[in-house]
Ligand binder design. Structure first.
Ligand code: NAD
Length: 496
């Protein structure tokens, strides 16, 4: 069985002392193993990144950008192969994998323009013959820790810009679907990146804890579940590191009585069940305003769900695939059970999908639950599966209060034809990313991505302009060249 290893100082390495199975979630079979890095292995990766930093920092920014241009071309040339790797370990259907990769490539494109983004600020004559400017210097060794659900895109949110800004990087991908992530990182070498600038260590908590505590690591970007995000943020901060830690979500869509209901249903189908609901921006709660809207939504939604196809990644007519592990499958089914026990109506029940030939796969069918209320565990917690919950309220303010009261604040959406209502919603809702008739308002690469409340710990969002600030520190220089023969006397007053 193949063991997926690490990339350290330009070389592939395996760390055989501890390994973990990697599954094909469609068959339920272990197909590979992944090496779990020891403390020493992670320290070696950090040392490689540290050694590569001085030369990379001083490499002209245009040359750093040129690597990104070649990297983008290689990603496009290898896209089919990458999507296949994602399908085999994550289970997402090829068209969905292609979408994730494309959104990742767009971050590389943005990093290609790094020279423009690092220009800095200049002021002449801030005092007599004194000029001042601010520049943005790289931090040194920075690290990224990423989740299973976007093995291509989320790492690409991080290291292209970090590296383009002159940092060196150690990535710790998800141990559940590591192959595509490692393959993509290796393409950077082919694109001409010097060895040691980009390193990948596979592993678990043992590897992460080294990255959080080693004094040579200057900044930590994390994406994953909220409990771990909070741990990463507090530990990184306690160790003097800059940190951005993006966590979990529970994204609500308000369906107003005036919404184009057929359009809302179509949008909700993709946003709730696409990628088996394993997206941090998945719309998992529909808040219907008024019983008429709720009844229409449930009737049309349940009818449309009859034709959804859950199955294997390689069959492009499938709408979505399995969830990531057997344990997660049981967890999702457990949430549906708990909603039923709480008195909800399971309008469409996906707990027992029949996928011919894949009986051992980790499949959950699309599920629609009506009559959900704010006190239920299945409402409070992130399910992260193909489950859409319907909450019924009487007014838009009630719907907004529900969203504002929720622990998470990642994404949200309103379906309406009323511009005034939409404007009031976007202005007052306590959520970081807002859609108006747009179900998955994932910002494009030249904006930044991040939730509010317990969906993000830290100040700067991921990718886009915030990434340039996150991966650099400002230095402000004030300069005077006294003319020969002219010298000022001593002054003890504060300069003004
Ligand atoms: P996870 O938190 O289990 O794992 C994320 C990373 O943390 C992995 O690399 C994992 O190895 C590491 N990790 C896990 N346990 C750890 C521990 N105890 N100590 C140190 N490191 C640990 O998340 P997941 O299941 O891979 O991903 C799904 C979660 O990620 C969902 O909650 C989803 O909402 C969230 N997510 C959020 C965003 C966002 O942008 N806000 C994007 C994608 C996914």
């Amino acid at each position: 069985m193949i063991t997926v290893g690490h990339l350290i100082n330009g070389e592939n390495r395996a760390d055989a002392a501890r390994t973990q199975d990697v599954f094909n979630p469609a068959t339920g079979l272990a197909t590979k193993q992944v090496a779990l890095a020891s403390k020493e292995t992670v320290e070696e990766a950090i040392a490689a990144a540290q050694a590569a930093f001085p030369a990379w920092r001083n490499t002209p920014v245009g040359k750093r950008a040129a690597v990104m241009f070649r990297f983008k071309a290689l990603l496009e040339q290898n896209s089919d192969k990458i999507c296949q790797m994602i399908g085999e370990e994550h289970g997402k259907i090829s068209h969905d994998a292609a979408g994730e990769l494309q959104r990742g490539i767009e971050n590389v494109e943005y990093a290609c323009g790094v020279a423009e983004l690092l220009k800095g600020e200049h002021s002449k004559n801030v005092g007599p013959n004194i000029d001042s400017w601010s520049e943005f210097q790289p931090l040194g060794v920075v690290t990224g820790i990423t989740p299973f659900n976007f093995p291509a895109m989320v790492p690409l949110w991080m290291y292209p810009m970090a590296i383009a800004c002159g940092n060196t990087f150690v990535l710790k991908p998800s141990e559940r679907d590591p192959t595509a992530t490692l393959f993509i990182a290796q393409l950077l070498l082919e694109a001409g990146l010097p060895a040691g600038v980009m390193n990948v260590v596979n592993g678990d908590k043992e590897a992460v804890d080294v990255l959080l505590t080693d004094v040579r690591v200057k900044a930590v970007s994390f994406v994953g579940s909220t409990a771990i995000a909070e741990y990463i943020y507090t530990t990184a901060n306690a160790n003097g590191k800059r940190c951005q830690a993006l966590g979990g979500a529970k994204n609500h869509a308000i369906v107003m009585p005036d919404a184009d209901m057929d359009n809302a249903v179509n949008q909700l189908l993709g946003a709730a069940f696409g990628s088996s609901g394993e997206r941090c921006m998945a719309l998992s709660v529909a808040v219907a305003v008024g019983d008429d809207a709720a009844d229409a939504l449930v009737a049309k939604m349940s009818a449309a769900m009859q034709s959804l196809k859950v199955g294997v990644a390689t069959e492009s007519s499938n709408d979505f695939g399995p969830v990531i592990t057997r344990q997660h499958q049981q967890k999702v089914v457990g949430y549906i059970d708990s909603a039923e026990a709480d008195g909800c109506k399971i309008v469409v029940d996906g707990r027992h999908p029949q996928i011919a030939g894949y009986e051992e796969g980790f499949f959950v069918g699309a599920t629609l639950i009506d009559g959900v209320t704010a006190s239920m565990v299945s409402y409070k917690e992130e399910i992260f599966g193909p489950v859409l919950q319907v909450v019924r309220v009487n007014t838009m303010d009630e719907a907004m209060q529900l969203i504002n009261d929720h622990e998470y604040g990642n994404g949200t959406c309103i379906f309406t034809r009323d511009g005034e209502a939409a404007r009031y919603f976007s202005d007052n809702i306590q959520v970081g990313m807002v859609g108006i008739n747009v179900p998955l308002p994932v910002p494009v690469s030249y904006h930044s991505f991040g939730g509010w409340k317990r969906s993000l710990f830290g100040d700067l969002h991921a990718y886009g302009p915030d990434a340039v600030r996150f991966y650099t520190k400002r230095k402000t220089i004030t300069q005077r060249w006294p003319s020969s023969g002219v010298r000022e006397g001593v002054s003890f007053a504060f300069p003004s």
